[in-house]
Write a protein that binds this ligand. Structure first.
Ligand SMILES: NC(=O)c1ccc[n+]([C@@H]2O[C@H](COP(=O)([O-])OP(=O)(O)OC[C@H]3O[C@@H](n4cnc5c(N)ncnc54)[C@H](O)[C@@H]3O)[C@@H](O)[C@H]2O)c1
Ligand SMILES: O=c1ccn([C@@H]2O[C@H](COP(=O)(O)OP(=O)(O)O[C@H]3O[C@H](CO)[C@H](O)[C@H](O)[C@H]3O)[C@@H](O)[C@H]2O)c(=O)[nH]1
Length: 327
């Protein structure tokens, strides 16, 4: 199969590219390298330095070739930044997806897998774990921008038969267990890599955002899913959309508090993490844990890296080998 991957130089995209190659598929990556890294794209992969805001550039890559499907990872994805710059998120995430979807329709592509998010479920009054039918209530412009794209995809299916899988990831973390790829956001905003860097003495004291949430220890609870398990969910999801569209929540089904993540990093690294309480970060819901039963039932998807310690272990190994990230 030949697949187009937007955002394939980024964290989740690069791990999915590896999973696609491992399964014997041909992959073409389209990325503007705004947050991704060319070093994360295997040399054997055809790469196009394209910004999805430029519809003509997208069409130049897609037109006149046969495609078996598209994986759309490219986006701006920082919840906190979206609270400060909401219009940037609506403009960028909506328009890039719009350009891509329109080009897919114009070129008779009929399968698209989309990186949606747990940030759709921002409401405080709901019960975890969260299933696909739970109330959608984005708690940030980032989450809202992803929901807007889910709605375009809904209508693109009904009217143009572009079938889609919207995968609402919870917290992607970890690194390829063979060390071929890892997490390198600049600046890094995610808890696990920041905590690891604190343990390795490469960062000053970690700020723990919020210690007064209504949770078991006062810190937020998140559902961490290993990035390679998440990549695998994409390969399974695309097989589900030959004649229909699907929406799946993707997580481990188990929540860890921020303090429990710190404990895991200390356990796995054998080092103390220096941290201090800090005010809540805007846009953060207290708890986000996935019910991924639908994905498991439909596709047989299971996690290989279920425990937080395993996830942290792979992330730590990559970080130890790549102290400067991709260079
Ligand atoms: N990391 C998570 O925990 C998480 C959770 C839920 C959803 N998501 C979603 O998954 C996707 C991937 O997340 P990630 O953590 O890998 O992010 P990332 O920043 O590492 O990857 C995004 C990639 O898209 C590229 N890109 C961004 N804007 C582009 C544009 N206009 N044109 C072309 N390329 C562009 C970047 O250069 C980068 O390579 C995003 O859509 C994100 O919203 C991530
Ligand atoms: O220095 C830090 C960084 C993070 N946190 C806390 O750690 C938890 C996890 O934060 P991350 O930034 O690692 O992840 P998020 O849950 O904010 O975000 C992830 O899940 C979201 C869905 O809710 C989005 O999809 C987003 O793209 C994805 O990265 C949050 O409580 C956050 O406040 C800290 O305490 N200190």
């Amino acid at each position: 199969m030949r697949y187009l991957v937007t955002g394939g130089a980024g964290f989740v995209g690069s791990h999915t590219v590896l999973a696609l190659l491992d399964a014997g598929h041909e992959v073409v990556v389209l990325d503007n390298l705004s947050t991704g890294h060319i070093q994360a794209v295997p040399k054997s992969v055809e790469f196009h330095h394209v910004d999805l805001l430029d519809k003509t550039a997208i069409a130049n890559v897609i037109a006149n070739r046969a495609w078996d499907g598209v994986f759309h990872f490219a986006a701006l994805s920082q919840v906190a930044e979206s609270m400060r710059k909401p219009l940037k998120y609506f403009y960028h995430n909506y328009l890039t997806a719009f350009n891509l979807i329109q080009t897919c329709i114009e070129n008779n592509i009929n399968k698209l897998v989309f990186s949606s998010t747990a940030a759709l479920f921002g409401g405080e009054n709901r019960v975890d774990p969260i299933s696909e039918t739970d109330l959608i209530q984005p708690g940030s412009p980032y989450g809202e921008s992803k929901y807007m794209i889910e709605r375009i995809l809904y209508w693109a299916d009904r009217i143009y038969h572009l079938h889609s899988a919207c995968l609402r990831y919870f917290n992607a973390a970890g690194a390829d267990h063979l060390g071929r790829a890892g997490e390198d956001h600049r600046p890094e905003t995610h808890l696990i890599p920041l905590t690891i860097d604190s343990a390795l003495g490469r960062r000053p004291t970690l700020k723990l955002f919020g210690t007064d949430y209504p949770t078991r220890d006062g810190s937020c609870i998140r559902d961490y899913v290993h990035v390679s398990d998440l990549a695998n969910a994409h390969l399974r999801a695309i097989d589900q959309i030959n004649d229909r569209s699907v929406v799946y929540n993707v997580g481990n089904g188990q929540g860890y508090s921020n303090l429990e993540v710190i404990e895991s990093v200390e356990r796995v690294s054998g080092q103390k993490v220096s941290w201090e309480p800090a005010p809540r970060r805007q846009g953060d819901p207290a708890v986000l844990v996935a019910d991924s039963t639908a994905l498991q039932k439909d596709t047989g998807w299971m996690t290989n890296f279920g425990s937080i310690d395993k996830i942290v272990e792979t992330a730590l190994l990559w970080r130890e080998k790549h102290p400067q990230g991709y260079i």
